[in-house]
Ligand binder design. Sequence first.
Ligand SMILES: Nc1ncnc2c1ncn2[C@@H]1O[C@H](COP(=O)(O)OP(=O)(O)OP(=O)(O)O)[C@@H](O)[C@H]1O
Length: 225
Amino acid sequence: MTIEVCGVRHSFESRTVLRDVDVTLTEHRVGVIGANGSGKSTFARLLNGLVVPQHGSVRVDGLDTRSDGAEVRRRVGFVFTDPDAQIVMPTVAEDVAFGLRPQRLSKPDTRQVVDEALSDFGLSSHRDHPAHLLSGGQKQLLALCSVLVTEPKVLVCDEPTTLLDLRNTRRVLDLLSRISQRVILVTHDLEAVQRMDRVLVFDQGRIAHDGPPPDAVAHYRSLVE
Ligand SMILES: Nc1ncnc2c1ncn2[C@@H]1O[C@H](COP(=O)(O)OP(=O)(O)OP(=O)(O)O)[C@@H](O)[C@H]1O
């Protein structure tokens, strides 16, 4: 499956936040790094149609995010920096089960999938707790868990470890490196991008560098020195 970003320029009011963005992504693991405000999140949001570009196009599996947004979102799951933006159900288990609804599983099957997923994320003991009472990091894990059970082909994660402690950061990064889905990871964690196949470096709305992790990190460092 290919993600094609062609001739994208995007502004919010008078501020141009993405310019001349042309990139085709086919790799299993892609990292996105760059300074605050350089356009990384906006780029990530293009990939599942949360942001539709003012100029240019974004195609996933040949589907245009402008005209086929719903189909694209079935293929591309998105994990936000702020988990409150995507936790929709009252309890932890219900939130995970919500994503399974389109699959129309029986109650026992739903329960089994939910319980396995919660166990993978170390959330079993919080199964029936109100989701809003979880800690920030636990909410982050729940948000990731609830997106993954929907089995997207691609997972776009916008700084998914920002709220996590060391143990859970490891847990999430290990998970992201072992899942079969394609992963696009926006992060400030320069260690985490070492595991990627390809890294894009954003600078002032442009892709300033595109290559293997060590070169990309060196380029990013050179931008701030
Ligand atoms: N919905 C919006 N409305 C107005 N401006 C926005 C909006 N979203 C982003 N911006 C602006 O676009 C620019 C790029 O933001 P973006 O979130 O893409 O950067 P980023 O590289 O992800 O930054 P960070 O590392 O701080 O998360 C910023 O100047 C931001 O203020």
